[in-house]
Design a protein. Sequence first.
Length: 211
Amino acid sequence: MLRPSEKRERAPALQENPARIQVRGEPSPQSINLRSWPHSPVHYLRDPGTYMVTAGTYNHELIFRGAERLTKLTNHILQLAERYEWSLQAWAVFPNHYHLVGSSQLPESLRSLLRHLHSITAIEMNKSDKTPGRRVWFQFWETQITFPRSYLSRLNYVHQNAVRHGLARVASQYPAGWFARKATRSFYQTVCSFKTDKLNVSDEFEVTSIE
């Protein structure tokens, strides 16, 4: 069952430790500082908790539009995942929402991770836009994954999400195409073979460009 949450709290700032990659699809080539995630996706479900998470901005506003803001949001996600001991298996980050698939031995820490993430990114964006007090995030949904087929289907859904939104012809062309780079060829092909049309995912977000 999908469970929305609207809790928010203030959080301390984070420090970034990025690695440089090249952004594709920009008007002119440029480098962005996207944090490195050295792990490979897990091929099976791990106890005690594997979840898919979807979160969206308030009124679906494109607050994180642009390569710089998307990179900052992605870096915060990766750094906080490490801090809260979550192993991310797939993620897709867009100007008004994101999807994650991750697992943890302490699944009860998920909400603290997300509250921390939403607090620090809201503070940063409101400071940058000179909009103190603006509501940035609306809510998030977390779904526990308990069946292997559901796990593989949701990995594929998240990996292919940029294609679904028309932002890339193939998923690996999207700037944060981590899954395609880290998964073994056989596992990548297996994941991509799983259908996603029957998944119950909250994804009514309109995104026509990352700019």
